[in-house]
Design a protein around this ligand. Structure first.
Ligand SMILES: [Zn+2]
Length: 432
């Protein structure tokens, strides 16, 4: 099933829909004391991310009856769309949603009831977060007591935060350090990691202060033991590919401010063919718990179930790529497997103006459980998928957010201006 060259490996991300099992999720309860006549979100299957430039066509269909919105303390938000001449401007109602598992949500109190302002032919809603920690809200648009049915053309959702552009990194080694194909020590790898993170993000005004190296074996407070004398296979020794419980490294007297660092988890390998690293898209959790880790392997599984090791540079570039996802960067060109599992078929590119697009999906299937034959898919479901193209000839093949690692990693290009601007915006929104 996996259609990749032996020497090509995936830089995978899991969108929130996959990571947190949001597919088909719904809202099953209510604890609200609002009057029954107030319209409430009916669904939270689709997510709206602040500052996401991707097309997100599905949001136009579902915003009125409910999409999941994540908001951060101190964030100032603006939602806007083109005015519809056949309708009055709807009210935007926002409800708190709570969830144990992010699969089912309970509707809590209404937190906002907003009237649009009219600005140059657009309806605009401004609001602040007003929460004390990251929160999930559900949306409703109401016109004359009914769910709004007008158009939502050129929908935009922008978020501005005031958090620092400084970022710290934790490199958390889980299990034994398996080394690199070029025999680089953990100490040298960690220096290379810090150097590359600094240079990758500095043009966006982001300052990577420092990198701390930790061993998961140091943690005696976790439910899983991570002995440092054997290789850790993420997704095999525990179901959690993300090794979430090591995220949110505790502060100590010597390291008083590392709980809110970005947690890069280094494992021996990820137990999925060809996968070099994982992050959730717009993960946005610089503390502990779900979505707080980015995972990278020193090794990876090849097609033939044999194992290959990565060079130090490739490991570092994988970590940079996955961190890009963490801060909201999508692949410059989506892969076939992403489109198969995506709930929104319009997001076959990242939506940024200055990143090239390959013109067709990158024909890679990251997960063998996806078994549909692409050629049997009707074209309206999978637009532009049929063009065959060698991935190395894609104009974005050397962008850090291309889904396949470069044959010669040293040729990898810098992030574009638009990519860095998005990362900087999200870093200022994310609590840290
Ligand atoms: Zn990726």
């Amino acid at each position: 099933m996996v259609q990749m060259k032996k020497n090509l490996s995936f830089l995978a991300f899991l969108g929130l829909a996959v990571v947190f099992g949001l597919s088909g999720c719904g809202i099953f309860g209510t604890e609200s004391s609002e009057s029954d006549s107030a319209l409430k979100p009916l669904d939270a299957t689709f997510s709206i991310y602040a500052n996401d430039p991707a097309p997100n066509d599905s949001l136009k269909t579902h915003l009125s009856t409910g999409v999941l919105m994540r908001v951060y303390p101190g964030g100032e938000y603006t939602l806007s769309f083109d005015a519809d001449a056949d309708h009055d401007a709807p009210k935007l109602l926002l409800y708190r949603l709570t969830s144990q598992d992010l699969e089912t949500f309970t509707i809590g109190s209404q937190t906002k009831n907003l009237t649009a302002t009219d600005s140059a032919g657009r309806w605009v809603y401004h609001f602040d977060c007003g929460e004390s920690s990251m929160a999930y809200w559900g949306t409703v648009l109401v016109e004359d007591g009914e769910y709004y049915t007008g158009s939502l053309n050129n929908l935009r959702f922008e978020g501005v935060g005031t958090n620092s552009l400084h970022l710290k990194l934790n490199l958390i080694v889980v299990g034994s350090y398996g080394g690199t194909s070029d025999d680089v020590s953990l100490d040298s790898l960690s220096r290379l990691m810090l150097e590359h993170f600094r240079s990758a993000f500095s043009a966006g005004g982001i300052v990577v202060d420092t990198l701390y190296v930790h061993r998961a074996s140091e943690r005696t407070d976790l439910s899983t033991a991570y002995p440092d004398n054997e290789p850790w296979l993420a997704g095999k020794y525990s179901d959690d590919f993300f090794v979430t419980e090591v995220g949110g490294w505790p502060n100590s007297e010597a390291e008083p401010d590392i709980y809110n660092a970005l947690d890069l988890v280094l494992v021996h390998r990820i137990e999925k063919t060809g996968v070099l690293g994982y992050s959730a898209l717009f993960s946005g959790n610089l503390g502990g718990g779900l979505g707080s880790t980015v995972v990278v392997g020193t090794h990876y599984l090849e097609n033939n179930s044999k194992e290959s090791s990565q060079s130090a540079l490739q490991i570092v570039l994988t970590a940079v790529h996955e961190s890009g996802h963490f801060f909201g960067l999508r692949h410059t060109t989506s892969t076939t497997s992403e489109m198969m599992s995506s709930l929104d078929q319009s997001n076959y590119h990242d939506g940024l103006d200055d990143t090239p697009f390959c013109g067709a999906l990158v024909p890679l299937m990251a997960n063998s459980e996806i078994s549909a034959d692409l050629l049997d898919m009707p074209s309206e479901v999978m637009p532009r998928i049929y063009l065959e193209k060698k991935v190395t000839s894609c104009p974005d093949a050397l962008n850090p957010m291309f889904p396949v690692s470069a044959d010669n990693p040293e040729e990898t290009e810098d992030f574009t201006e638009d990519q860095l601007a998005l990362v900087a915006k999200m870093l200022q929104l994310y609590t840290h």
